[in-house]
Design a protein around this ligand. Sequence first.
Ligand SMILES: [Zn+2]
Length: 115
Amino acid sequence: MPYCPKCQYEFKGTVTKCLDCGTELVEQLPTKQDIYVKWISLGKINSSVYAEMIREAMKNKGIESYSHSDLFHDVFSTTATSQAGSYEEIFVPEDKKELAKDIFDTMIQEDGEKE
Ligand SMILES: [Zn+2]
């Protein structure tokens, strides 16, 4: 039976592409680790604390995420305690992009209004 590797749906008959997402079907369902996730960047935030808050909010909505920081670069190029110029870049799975972007934008805006 063909399966969609992305949705993990099983299809019957002569279907070759997932009716849901259009992905080419495979003969065997991959194990969870094999599922290909395309990570995309939501944007950069110049506060790691704030990046954590956004990631937490996304996690509450069931969105996995990870963030990449350039803090090491700044540790070596500026004084040890300064984080000026550093940022966290947040990545989410592409299929969750729109929901994640909503959360991201909402939190950025809330921050702007408070400051
Ligand atoms: Zn699918």
